[in-house]
Design a binder for this molecule. Structure first.
Ligand code: ZN
Length: 297
């Protein structure tokens, strides 16, 4: 689902005076600490967006955009704090009021807009954490364009770095009324999902789909059709979803998966329930692929 309620306002990223004014008056801040997002703690868990008055020290802010109600949103990272308590204290909060939680483990309710916003802020703060130094000359970098560029501070180098997204493929392979699903060794017993893998350098996404399916299962595919995409900021992937039809159906499980096999329709419906229970608030693209296939088969 697109994030329709946020205008990224790219033209404002270079407008320092406007950005400063937003931070004084009307901004809301989205905080991360060591890869975790800030949520209220208690009966009704929800993402916490704080007014700038909560801020007790200077931080590097990343401008995310303008919400439909006119409020500007910024992301900021508190990972320099050694403990969660220390990070919360900076915000005037206690452990009874708020917690930094891994987005994947969050068990409260999360709207599609909130989820997209948290994905966006987490991706950006993660990228800032890993781009503090120039990978060409080793000098420190500095944040520009409201956090959307990290520039090398060495004038004779002056390389600019942009936020990274790693494309990955995720595909539902089908053969008539059965589909191909696999399980990673670390997953809970009985959980299977669609096959997935990163796109390699110099490879088209369709080539990556063919190669990954063959490597992981021995199955060969044809008629690769694009389905849709989902940002997956763990840490910085973009999942590109596909359907693919099997052309050679014999299975030979590769080294990455604990098991891979064909599933009939009824068994796939049961599996979908198990996947839903695993990440209740995340309608993952794997689930959407499986659901979409079940609706058509
Ligand atoms: Zn440099």
């Amino acid at each position: 689902m697109p994030l329709e309620t946020l205008d990224r306002a790219v033209h404002r990223r270079g407008d320092a005076a406007w950005l400063r004014a937003q931070l004084v008056d009307s901004a809301r801040l989205i905080f991360t600490w060591q890869g975790c997002n800030l949520f209220s703690f208690g009966e009704r868990k929800r993402p916490l967006l704080l007014p700038t008055s909560r801020l007790t020290n200077a931080l590097d802010f990343i401008f995310l955009g303008i919400r439909s109600d006119g409020l500007s949103l910024f992301a900021a990272d508190l990972s320099e704090s050694k403990t969660e308590q220390e990070a919360l204290t900076l915000l005037g909060l206690t452990l009874d009021q708020a917690r930094f939680t891994q987005l994947r483990q969050f068990d409260g309710s999360l709207s599609a807009e909130d989820r997209a916003l948290l994905f966006y802020s987490r991706s950006m703060t993660h990228w800032h954490q890993g781009q503090k130094y120039c990978s060409r000359c080793g000098s420190p970098t500095r944040s520009e364009e409201a956090g959307h560029v990290m520039a090398c501070t060495n004038p004779s180098c002056a390389v600019k770095y942009f936020p990274r997204t790693d494309p990955a493929t995720i595909m539902l392979v089908h053969d008539g009324d059965r589909c191909l699903l696999g399980r990673q060794p670390s997953w809970p017993a009985g959980v299977y999902s669609t096959l997935a893998g990163f796109v390699e350098a110099g490879e088209s996404v369709e080539e990556a789909v063919f190669r990954e399916v063959k490597e992981e299962s021995g199955v060969e595919v044809k008629n690769i059709r694009y389905f849709g995409s989902q940002p997956w900021p763990f840490p910085q992937s973009l999942m590109l979803g596909f359907f693919a039809e099997a052309s050679k159906t014999d299975i030979r499980c590769g080294t990455e998966l604990a098991d891979v096999r064909w599933f009939e329709v009824a068994e796939t419906r049961e599996l979908l329930k198990r996947l839903a229970a695993r990440f209740p608030h995340l309608d993952t693209i794997a689930r959407r692929l499986i659901r979409s296939w079940l609706e058509r088969v």
